[in-house]
Design a protein. Structure first.
Length: 186
């Protein structure tokens, strides 16, 4: 049964706390002999086949230039066990430190792109830039996932979801409605 909620006004700058589309990811990149990792809280699946993911990378971010120059990256999915690394990476600049070294993360060679995978992450999605028409205006990159690998267990890992102001939510319990699912309704 659906409840009714008492509601208050919310500053529009805080809407992201409720609409953040997915889990925190770590984006690894490489160009010109340099690598970097950035923490990202905003990305969105745009298409299933081909697998397209859109995301914003600020032009002020060190990763922006590595991704823009190479046209590639890896979207790595950390679990809650990596909360300290996620925050530390997000609060530091790859222009002044080697984040793989600083946060004791293992860079592994990807199969389809030059950007490194992060071994400690639950999943790694190798991406190539599919459309850069919105980069100059909005810093919005559209990537095609060209290779994906995921851990065999757990089936549903606990992931982090950023709500702003240094606060994260953990993915919740799993609710299945497969018996009622009708893909043609999507």
């Amino acid at each position: 049964m659906t409840s009714h909620y008492e509601k208050i006004d919310l500053p529009v700058s805080k809407v992201r706390r409720y609409l953040e589309p997915g889990p925190i990811v770590l984006v690894s990149s490489a160009s010109g002999g340099k690598t970097n990792i950035m923490t990202m809280g905003w990305h969105t699946v745009m298409e299933f086949t081909p697998s397209l993911v859109g995301c914003v990378i600020s032009a002020d971010n060190h990763s922006f230039h590595l991704v823009r120059d190479s046209g590639e990256c890896v979207i790595n999915l950390p679990t809650t066990a990596m909360i300290d690394e996620v925050v530390g990476i997000g609060n530091s600049s790859g222009a002044s430190i080697d984040k793989f070294e600083r946060f004791n993360l293992t860079a592994e060679e990807a199969q389809k792109v030059k950007a490194p995978l992060i071994r400690e992450c639950y999943a790694n999605f190798e991406c190539r830039l599919a459309d850069d028409s919105l980069v100059d205006k909005y810093n919005f990159f559209i990537f095609e996932v060209v290779k994906a690998i995921v851990a065999t267990s757990p089936q549903h890992p606990e992931t982090l979801h950023y709500t702003g102001d240094g606060v994260f939510m953990v993915s919740g319990k799993i609710i299945s409605r497969r018996a009622q699912f009708r893909p043609e309704m999507l």
